[in-house]
Ligand binder design. Structure first.
Ligand code: GUN
Length: 305
């Protein structure tokens, strides 16, 4: 095994996220004082996928904690496209709602793209609407809302490397619309040299070994191991994979990332754990986006958060 002289930094996503949500809570109180109402976040959950249920509950809890007006719309898995579309239209029209998030994935046969297209781009706190995707691709042109997980990943990279990422080679493994593609745009906006690798990339390890910043976002447990990482690289693990954990008992499971943490931790210069890395940042950035959307809707541009 390769050994290096440097000490590896464990990037504490939980602590960094807590700082962001503290700042959002303070600004949320300022918004309430100015606008006469709290910022509002509506989360739509369709069906009974247990993981989606946990994510949505956590988002609602955090929204309440930072002082937002929090709404959850829960619809049955068999809801039809028209009824879901009507829910989104009502939230678009609700003045007290500044941010709308429809939890993905939607149950079959619902058409997720058609639903995303209906969300008012000014309330699209996921940054999934084509208007926001386009503004991000045009260099994060204001008034853009950017996807939460990639935005959180950039913040974590900066916490380890400092605010200027110029000239760093960011390699993103994964080309999803939720993480990989927007992450590439955000690191490009930070003046990184950006490579997107994916399931058809030839000699993945050769590509990832040239990364100063390696972002793993493919949803394959422990895909990234020692041969994939340049000594000293900053490794951001976006994967959240539930795997069997027989050592914890029959039917037990645990969460692991796309990175084999134990194999990589002594090589990397900095690395995020799973859980406790990118996960908490996603929720923190959702709160940040909701406050941004609320301030824009009310013409408030001088709240610090
Ligand atoms: N499912 C997994 N990640 C996300 C996300 O960031 N937003 C939404 N809406 N659904 C998700």
């Amino acid at each position: 095994m390769a050994t290096t002289a440097h000490a590896t930094t464990l990037i504490d996503g939980k602590a960094i996220a807590a700082q962001i949500t503290d700042d959002v809570a303070a600004a949320s109180a300022g918004f309430l004082a100015r606008a006469g109402r709290a910022p509002g976040l509506a989360v739509v959950l369709v069906g009974d996928d247990p993981a989606s249920g946990v994510y949505v509950r956590n988002k609602g809890k955090m929204a309440a904690k930072v002082g937002f007006h929090s709404v959850q719309e829960t619809l049955p898995a068999h809801v039809d496209q028209a009824a879901l579309a009507e829910t989104v239209r009502q939230l678009n029209d609700a003045d007290a709602v500044d941010g709308i998030l429809v939890q993905m994935p939607l149950p079959e046969p619902l058409d997720a793209e058609a639903i995303i297209d209906l969300i008012n781009p000014e309330k699209d706190v996921d940054g999934f609407h084509p208007v926001n995707v386009g503004r991000l691709a045009a260099g994060a042109r204001a008034p853009c809302l950017v996807p939460c997980t990639p935005a959180g990943s950039v913040r974590l990279a900066k916490s380890a490397l400092g605010p200027d990422l110029s000239g760093k080679h960011a390699v993103i493994v994964g080309r999803s619309t939720i993480v990989g593609r927007p992450a590439a745009q955000l690191f490009l906006a930070e003046n990184c040299t950006v490579t997107i690798a994916h399931s058809r990339t030839a000699d993945l390890a050769a590509v990832t070994r040239s990364a100063d910043i390696l972002i793993a976002a493919v949803g394959r447990p422990h895909l990234i191991g020692e041969p994939h990482v340049k000594p000293g690289a900053c490794v951001i693990d976006v994967g959240i994979n539930r795997v069997a954990a027989p050592e914890r008992g029959m039917d037990a499971t645990r969460l692991v990332g796309d990175v084999d943490f134990d194999a990589v931790k002594s090589i990397a210069g900095a690395i995020t754990p799973v859980p406790g890395g990118v996960g908490p940042m996603t929720i923190a950035m959702l709160m940040h986006n909701t406050l941004t959307a609320a301030c824009r809707r009310k013409g408030i541009d001088d709240l610090e958060f």
